[in-house]
Design a protein. Structure first.
Length: 122
């Protein structure tokens, strides 16, 4: 996923710990029925995340300071590549379906509704 111009950042004390982010990834992996071989974090200049053909997910450390809805979108996007390696119609349909189900769950819990943010960087 390509990065967009940096959205507003959370103060460092509001960033998500790596362990919590890993738990989000694991929860979504179970929901999607996939198992990443490895989950890594490193600074990335142009992408929020990537998925290798060997099943390794790499997330940008800046993602830890992004809003939960945006993190969820990036996590689901990358995990879906373990099922569908391209961005074709099936990939887009699955992505929209899983994110819509997450949005419905958010409304049921009376949380802030999911807003589909800009993912790509210029």
């Amino acid at each position: 996923m390509r990065k967009a111009a940096s959205p507003e950042w959370l103060p460092l004390e509001q960033s998500v710990p790596i362990d919590l982010f890993r738990a989000e990834v694991e929860a979504w992996a179970r929901t999607l029925g996939v198992t990443p071989r490895e989950v890594r974090f490193r600074p990335m200049k142009r992408k929020w995340a990537s998925c290798s053909s060997r099943g390794r997910l790499t997330f940008d450390t800046d993602l830890l300071r992004q809003p939960a809805e945006f993190r969820r979108e990036v996590i689901v996007h990358e995990l879906l590549h373990l099922k569908v390696p391209n961005h074709g119609k099936l990939f887009k349909a699955l992505l929209n379906a899983y994110l819509a189900s997450a949005e419905t769950a958010s409304f049921a819990e009376e949380e802030k509704p999911f807003v589909n943010g800009v993912i790509g960087k210029d």
